[in-house]
Design a protein around this ligand. Structure first.
Ligand code: FEO
Length: 404
């Protein structure tokens, strides 16, 4: 196994999950990684576990560097099972280790494992741990991503072990941003950041902003950011910090995404006409058919655009289920600072377009009411009207975007 060294004496001992495509319902077309780190100092310290079915790989990697009975500290930054799954094995293999964890982490971990007999020390923001020539500082980051979460800062090396924060679901043979972008593009890496933030961290923008400010106040100025998913920010930690701050403040592109599904291709025909209207106004447009794209990919495009046009025909007085699923996910992610319109066909009674507008209103999003609906077949007159609707929506998005 290749040795991956972040800084002298700090090693990556995680796992690349090349095959995961469904991460508790979040579709991950690029796979993921579960990163874990080993610090070789007077008191050997392991940071984070991995998913249970990959425990063997983590143990094998760690064992390349150290007899595991010599591990003195295990830092548990986050207890979600993709990072705590291997802790049961580690507790057995590292009998001399103390676990460092937040109070909520300890209580939560007791629901996942029988922790009787584990030596556990609760830490909070401001606490430090001297492990030899290094000092580790802990910063609680509740709800980024769970209530238990914290980050650990290796002060002398200036490495921030940021658990879920600044991660990406991105399996790759490269471990660092500068390596990855030599083989792939920066655009692909940036897209993975947007995707991850949209599907996991979107509800926590206010907290994220506050935490990034707090890191500054605490003197945490990382030269390297090592998350638990994806590549490590060795060359551009500032870029990802700034990107998170921008997203938390509602910044995105002046762009519209059209997200729709269709029954008999009437709504799809109107989606095409709406796109033509948007383009007529020189608006940047993405189109997401929910037949062709999973919810999570559409969600990323939603988050990257200032405006969204949602399309659904009416089925039994309701939304098409695929569009309803998207809306349910969106509601849970508590979006902000986006403007929404809607369109769709109906037969004998409408309902879908009104429901789309009302649902987005209830989420606190800006909406353009009424949406555009039409009976049965999309006639050439309907297409012309939809084209105009697209044009007028583009102008509204452009105006709305000016405030950000
Ligand atoms: Fe990657 Fe919240 O776990």
């Amino acid at each position: 196994m290749e040795k991956v060294e972040l800084k002298p004496g700090i090693f990556w001992v995680g796992v690349v999950d090349w095959s995961i495509r469904d991460f508790h319902g979040y579709i991950t077309p690029r796979g993921s990684t579960y990163n874990s780190y080993l610090i070789m100092d007077d008191d050997i310290t392991l940071i984070d576990g991995v998913k249970l079915n990959h425990a063997d790989t983590q143990i094998k990697r760690v064992s390349r560097y150290v007899d595991m009975t010599k591990i003195k500290n295990i830092i548990v930054n986050h207890i979600e099972p993709d990072h705590s799954g291997s802790l049961g094995h580690l507790a057995k293999l590292c009998p001399n280790a103390t676990f460092y964890i937040t109070d909520k982490g300890k209580k939560g971990l007791a629901r996942f494992f029988d922790i009787e007999g584990w030596d556990m020390k609760v830490v909070k923001t401001g606490d430090t741990l001297k492990i030899g020539k290094r000092t580790l500082a802990f910063v609680e980051t509740p709800m980024i991503h769970w209530p238990d979460s914290m980050m650990t800062f290796a002060k002398e090396d200036k490495v921030l072990f940021s658990q879920d924060g600044f991660g990406q679901h991105l399996a790759s043979a490269q471990r660092f941003d500068d390596e990855f972008t030599q083989c792939s593009s920066w655009a692909e890496l940036e897209d993975a950041v947007w995707d991850y933030y949209a599907n996991i961290l979107m509800p926590f923008g206010t907290l994220i902003k506050r935490k990034i400010d707090e890191l500054g106040t605490l003197g945490v100025a990382p030269e390297m950011i090592a998350p638990v998913h994806g590549i490590i920010w060795r060359k551009e930690p500032e870029w990802v910090l700034n990107k998170y701050m921008e997203m938390a403040q509602g910044k995105t592109d002046e762009r519209v995404v059209v997200i729709y599904d269709t029954m008999w291709y009437s709504t799809e025909k109107i989606a095409h006409a709406v796109v033509e209207g948007l383009r007529e106004e020189k608006m940047d447009v993405r189109v997401m058919s929910l037949k062709a794209n999973p919810t999570s990919v559409a969600m990323k495009e939603f988050w990257r655009a200032r405006g969204c046009l949602l399309g659904s025909p009416t089925l039994n007085n309701h939304l098409l289920p695929s569009v309803g699923k998207f809306l349910t996910s969106l509601k849970g992610l508590r979006p902000k600072n986006r403007i929404i319109g809607a369109f769709g066909s109906y037969g004998w009674a409408g309902g879908a377009v009104k429901q789309l507008i009302e649902a987005c209103d209830a989420m606190g999003l800006e909406t353009v009411d009424p949406g555009y609906q039409f009976n049965y077949r999309a006639s050439s007159v309907d297409e012309e009207e939809a084209f105009k609707y697209g044009r007028s929506f583009a102008l509204k998005v452009r105006e709305y975007h000016k405030q950000f």
